[in-house]
Write a protein of this length. Structure first.
Length: 566
């Protein structure tokens, strides 16, 4: 059986290539030793010596310098080839071969590795099959016109996988072609070589003998490190439960990748779809590529992401685009997995702050120092108001401020929509004229101070918010003919209302947002747990006010009704 195993190792089916050099008969007369090679260091005492004689016909080759089983120290030559078992002595062996006037010497060293696992100086490790036996050249080589044709081999199947050594090989779901065909010498040299496991070649060169079509795929600018070193880091050269003989557990490509790449990077609570499915090659080329990280497309401007997320392309191409989108989605998203939703590198609020604390210091100053914070900001929900990728509005807002604010403040939105008289900023959709959208030291996120109390002793400072736009002298004098039209003759009724025993603030009469009455006079005024209606009727020179807190009052700038003391 072992003889058959070794005989199979001499086969190189379909490649037309053999470890020994080609023989040109009638050419130079010489003895060629195929195995062992000159300068070989072996760790086994017994060795099969093989070679051939070219240019002349001889019947035998005499051997000296080593012990051999050939009768009289002569190996018979058949068809130009010879072979036989030899036994080496420990240390250096000089094998002398002669056939007539032809002479050949081969130096071979036999001995175990030194302490540092190296061999003797001037010798190189030569790998041969263990437990060698004498072979017949006809088992592997074809006789042609009386001579062996070393370019052709007999396609005899090996029994390597049926013997004691490799009995379980070839039974996996996916078997390498040469293993399935029983032609082990497609990859292993039958006589031995200077490569471990008696490989014919090393690295890519071994695989590309058959897989020549893959050569172009390995020549891009970025090459996967295992490809540089040799395919067997990822592919089992014999068999595997996975397609392409990948070295995984059979469930997904990622099980292969985790052999080198730390699994913790890919197994956090929120995983990218391909990662969750174990489909690493959805984004990465396995052998080589034109882009960093072996990506299938450039990560810039979301080109890579659009390979799958094409349906969301419009979301990334509006008038104003978030800078990271134009640079690389990985700025915000981990392409593999994350402990934050949407595979964000951090929770959204912390992620936004990472850049915008530098880009928008005034905003973050407001947030940090604010006594009152906008609820979405306080909850770290920046995307309640801002689009993460692109927007047709400034600051990546989801919509114009009027529509956006009224998305949450819907009751106020209904009032504004149904009102005829709107406060100027509300009319223009400029909510931020009065409110700081992230946070403020003033209640209701106001940009300036305004009293929370309904009754408040008057001073201009108490109405700093209103006087940011309106004339702060409006209630300065008890009598005026210019500061306000809300007067009876020259009696300043603004002055009167704010300087009453219980001074009223502006919103006692005016709705700060909108109303159906002129001068956005509110339709009702709170009084304890009650609300009193207000009805305001304007005339060309004054008006009438009907309110639950006092009898109807009329004022007229030309025909005064009230006669206050001066």
């Amino acid at each position: 059986m072992l003889q058959g195993i070794l005989a199979a190792l001499y086969l190189f089916v379909g490649l037309g290539i053999f470890f020994a050099p080609s023989v040109t008969w009638g050419a130079q007369e010489e003895i060629t030793v195929v195995s062992p090679l000159d300068g070989a260091w072996v760790t086994g005492k017994d060795l099969f010596l093989a070679g051939f004689v070219s240019g002349v016909e001889v019947k035998g080759v005499a051997i000296q310098g080593v012990s051999n089983k050939a009768s009289g120290g002569v190996l018979p030559v058949e068809g130009g080839a010879f072979g036989g078992m030899i036994s080496l002595r420990e240390g250096e062996n000089v094998i002398s071969l002669s056939a007539g006037k032809l002479q050949k010497k081969v130096k071979v060293f036999y001995g175990p590795p030194q302490k540092d696992k190296t061999g003797p100086k001037g010798y190189k490790r030569f790998y041969v099959h263990s437990n060698p036996v004498a072979l017949d050249c006809k088992e592997c080589h074809r006789l042609r016109r009386g001579q062996y044709d070393f370019k052709k081999i007999v396609p005899t199947r090996a029994n390597c996988t049926t013997g004691k050594c490799h009995a379980n090989m070839g039974k996996a779901a996916h078997v390498h072609g040469p293993v399935g065909a029983g032609v082990c010498i497609s990859c292993h040299s039958p006589h031995g070589s200077f490569n471990p496991m008696a490989m014919e070649r090393t690295g890519q060169d071994l695989c590309l003998v058959c897989h020549q079509a893959k050569q172009a795929e390995f020549n891009d600018s970025v090459v996967h490190q295992p490809v540089k070193e040799g395919c067997v880091d990822c592919h089992n050269p014999h068999e595997s439960p996975m397609r392409f003989q990948l070295r995984g557990n059979g469930s997904s490509v990622s099980s292969l990748c985790f052999n080198c790449h730390a699994a913790a990077v890919f197994t956090k609570s929120h995983r990218h779809g391909p990662v969750g499915a174990g489909d690493c090659i959805a984004c990465h080329r396995p052998h080589s590529g034109k882009h960093k990280k072996l990506l299938i497309a450039s990560p810039e401007k979301a080109e890579l992401c659009f390979q799958c997320h094409q349906e969301r392309k419009n979301e990334f191409s509006m008038k104003n685009v978030h800078k990271p989108v134009n640079e690389n989605c990985n700025k915000c998203h981990d392409p593999h997995s994350s402990d934050s939703q949407f595979q964000l590198h951090k929770k959204s609020s912390a992620l936004c702050a990472e850049c915008h604390e530098k880009l928008s210091p005034a905003v973050y100053s407001d947030i940090k120092t604010a006594t009152f914070k906008h609820a979405p900001v306080d909850q770290g929900k920046c995307t309640e108001c801002h689009r993460a990728h692109s927007s047709n509005e400034k600051a990546l807002l989801k919509d114009n401020t009027t529509k956006m604010c009224f998305t949450c403040h819907d009751e106020l939105g209904d009032i504004v929509t149904g009102s005829k008289s709107k406060h100027g900023p509300v009319q223009t959709g400029d909510c931020m004229a009065c409110h700081k959208v992230h946070g403020s030291k003033y209640s209701r996120l106001l940009v300036r101070y305004y009293p929370e109390e309904f009754y408040k002793e008057y001073s201009p400072e108490n109405y700093d918010l209103c006087f940011g736009c309106h004339n702060k002298e409006i209630a300065k004098n008890k009598f005026t003919s210019t500061l306000t039209n809300f007067r009876d003759g020259e009696y300043n009724l603004h002055f009167y209302h704010v300087n009453m025993k219980k001074g009223r603030n502006c919103v006692s009469c005016h709705d700060a947002h909108a109303s159906s009455q002129a001068k956005h006079i509110r339709k009702e005024v709170p009084f304890g747990s009650w609300s009193y209606p207000i009805t305001m009727t304007k005339t060309e020179t004054g008006g009438t006010c009907v309110v639950g807190c006092h009898a109807p009052k009329t004022y007229d700038r030309k025909n005064p009704k009230i006669k206050p003391s001066r």
